[in-house]
Write a protein that binds this ligand. Structure first.
Ligand SMILES: [Mn+2]
Length: 274
């Protein structure tokens, strides 16, 4: 099913005010309903290479391997949908590519990247992530972070050493505990949920969330929900006004119409009787 007319997707990325280059990468395929964001790390252009290789490789893999329209089929071993398995496999393949590229180029050894992959299908999403780039959901006046960071800070919060409030002022907030491309094998966290009309999903790098409070992000999206480009520009401007100390990437996806497979099947059957 072509989702282009059902979901509006927009992405912006900005170098910020301090860094010389942008090591974040973003990409999407509107017809597939696929959205990808990566925040690279590593010297000698390693960060840029890791994030762009990852985004391009994941989009290619999913374009080749996403099942056309499944009737809600489930992978028995994992309990996940075939769509979730497809994006998980694409992340695993990207890890292999980045890891081997780094092994083959000593100056890029140790390069890696965070990753967030959001795939829409059948009034649902599959979401895979590694690291501290995030996905948030805005649904009728509720705004919530739906990924959980793989970071030292999150571990300290989980163990009760910090409150989320104290964490905001902590020095070591950017240490990630899991990244793509560093080890021969890595697994993303994968989750699935139902999508409702008018939901807005935000994917972003830590260049936004380290500087702009969740409450401020929420109010900005609420104010500009009808104009995603303006919402994204405003968010990037806010991060830059607070110092823009890192690259800032913002991707927004608004669900404009139902995209249940039933509709697709119905149309297919209906076409036979024309
Ligand atoms: Mn960053």
């Amino acid at each position: 099913m072509n989702l282009q007319s059902k979901i509006t997707i927009l992405g912006l990325t900005d170098t910020g005010m301090v860094r010389e280059k942008n090591e974040d990468s973003i990409g999407f395929d509107s017809s597939l309903g696929l959205v990808v964001l990566a925040d690279g790390m590593g010297g000698h252009r390693g960060g840029e290479i890791a994030s762009s290789l990852t985004v391009n490789s994941i989009i290619d893999e999913v374009q080749q391997n996403m099942p056309e329209v499944t009737a809600g089929e489930i992978d028995v071993a994992s309990g996940f949908s075939l769509e979730s398995i497809c994006i998980q496999d694409a992340v695993v393949a990207a890890n292999d590519l980045v890891y081997k590229t780094a092994e083959a180029n000593p100056e890029h050894k140790g390069m890696g990247t965070t990753i967030v992959v959001l795939q829409f299908y059948n009034n649902s999403f599959s979401l895979a992530h590694i690291g501290d780039s995030r996905c948030y959901r805005f649904r009728s006046d509720k705004f919530e972070q739906i990924t959980k960071d793989h970071s030292l800070l999150q571990e300290l919060i989980d163990r009760g050493f910090y409150t989320p409030e104290e964490a905001r002022n902590s020095m070591n907030k950017n240490l990630v505990t899991r990244a793509l491309g560093i080890d021969p094998v890595v697994m993303p966290d994968v989750q699935e949920d139902i999508v409702l009309k008018n939901d807005i999903y935000l994917l972003c790098s830590d260049g936004l969330t380290d500087l702009v409070e969740d409450e401020d992000i929420y109010l900005t999206i609420k104010q500009f929900s009808a104009n995603l480009e303006e919402a994204a520009k405003q968010l990037i401007t806010k991060a830059n006004q607070k110092g823009g100390k890192d690259n800032i990437s913002v991707m927004l996806c608004r669900v404009d119409e139902d995209f249940s497979n039933k509709q697709g099947w119905f149309n297919k059957f209906a076409a036979w009787f024309d």
